[in-house]
Design a protein around this ligand. Structure first.
Ligand SMILES: Nc1ncnc2c1ncn2[C@@H]1O[C@H](COP(=O)(O)OP(=O)(O)OP(=O)(O)O)[C@@H](O)[C@H]1O
Length: 294
């Protein structure tokens, strides 16, 4: 499968401060790679470098096989959804899209892009009168002009209501199905869970966790919880903690420990409220925040 983005040993500095300290990942064609992270982890810096807006202090970045900071030709093949498109607020939606179209070198269907984002009824409204969610949809419509092969989405659904967010996810899924490659940064873990083929969690300039969601979750302890009388528990692969009658078992072997608990309880102990959960992305994120020393 073709690799669209290759990042290897990337280092970025702001003066003496090394904001990105040896980051590497690859994104294949048609794949959505989500870059998650704690505040100030370095996501935006990585994104800007891959977009070609920033030169690395070290390491190597290739987009469509070339250095994005030196070879501008790849810009025709990419779309960038900025945090704020920066167009004048007194232009209408249609005028803004038309202006953005003229800045692209290849033909673009302005009306199609606005319709795809449900902005048709708002085409004659001034941009400053749009809601926050409508502005984000306009930013996405502008990024889609020219039908880019590679799309950079920086916090695409901030300010959107749940319905607009779902519509945006549908649009992104449609783009992926047509082979578009997407690099996404988001603070919404659910967004990454729903869209990402693979993801990375950054913390303090480094990637702490990377992989497919199922693999990332499988690498973290699952939880078994129940309420039971205070009798000794069976031998377990995981670690059990008790708070009164409430028992929580954190285990790398969910099936094995669940079977052990069920066999132990069988016919003797009432396990009220028994629940078994694989790790959630929220828990993985939390453990990254806690485990990597500052
Ligand atoms: N222009 C700058 N000058 C100095 N330091 C900067 C500059 N821009 C970013 N930084 C610092 O670099 C680090 C990484 O910033 P970056 O914006 O890439 O992180 P982020 O992961 O996108 O954060 P957030 O999720 O909070 O937006 C942070 O510590 C930030 O304070």
């Amino acid at each position: 499968m073709t690799t669209v983005i290759e990042v290897d040993g990337l280092r970025c500095r702001y003066g003496d401060f090394e904001a990105v300290q040896g980051v590497g990942f690859a994104v294949r064609r048609g794949e959505l790679f989500a870059l998650l992270g704690t505040n100030g982890a370095g996501k935006t810096t990585v994104l800007e470098t891959v977009e070609g807006h920033r030169e690395p202090a070290g390491g190597r970045v290739r987009v469509f096989g070339v250095d994005p900071s030196r070879d501008r030709r790849i810009r025709r093949r990419t779309g960038i959804m900025l945090q704020d498109s920066g167009f004048a607020g007194d232009l209408t939606v249609r005028e803004t899209a038309e202006l953005a179209r003229r800045m692209r070198t290849e033909p673009s269907d302005v009306d199609g892009a606005l319709a795809a984002l449900g902005l048709d009824p708002r085409r004659d409204v001034r941009v400053r009168q749009l809601s926050g969610g409508e502005k984000r949809r306009l930013d996405l419509a502008l990024a889609l002009l020219g039908e880019p092969e590679l799309l950079f989405l920086d916090e695409p659904t901030v300010g959107m209501d749940p319905e607009s967010r779902r519509t945006t996810w549908e649009i992104v899924r449609g783009l992926l199905a047509r082979g578009t490659t997407v690099l996404l940064t988001t603070h919404y873990l659910e967004e990454a869970e729903r869209l990402a083929h693979r993801l990375a969690i950054m913390h303090q300039g480094r990637i702490a966790v990377e992989g497919r969601l199922v693999d990332v979750l499988a690498d973290h302890p699952a939880r078994i919880t129940f309420t039971a009388p205070e009798v000794p528990l069976p031998p377990l692969a995981g670690t059990a903690t008790r708070r009164g009658p409430r028992v929580e078992i954190r285990t790398p072997h969910l099936q094995q420990d669940l079977l052990a608990v069920l066999a132990w309880a069988d016919g003797h102990v009432d396990l009220s409220g028994l629940r078994a959960h694989p790790a959630s992305l929220e828990e993985v994120f939390q453990s990254v925040r806690e485990e990597v020393p500052a």
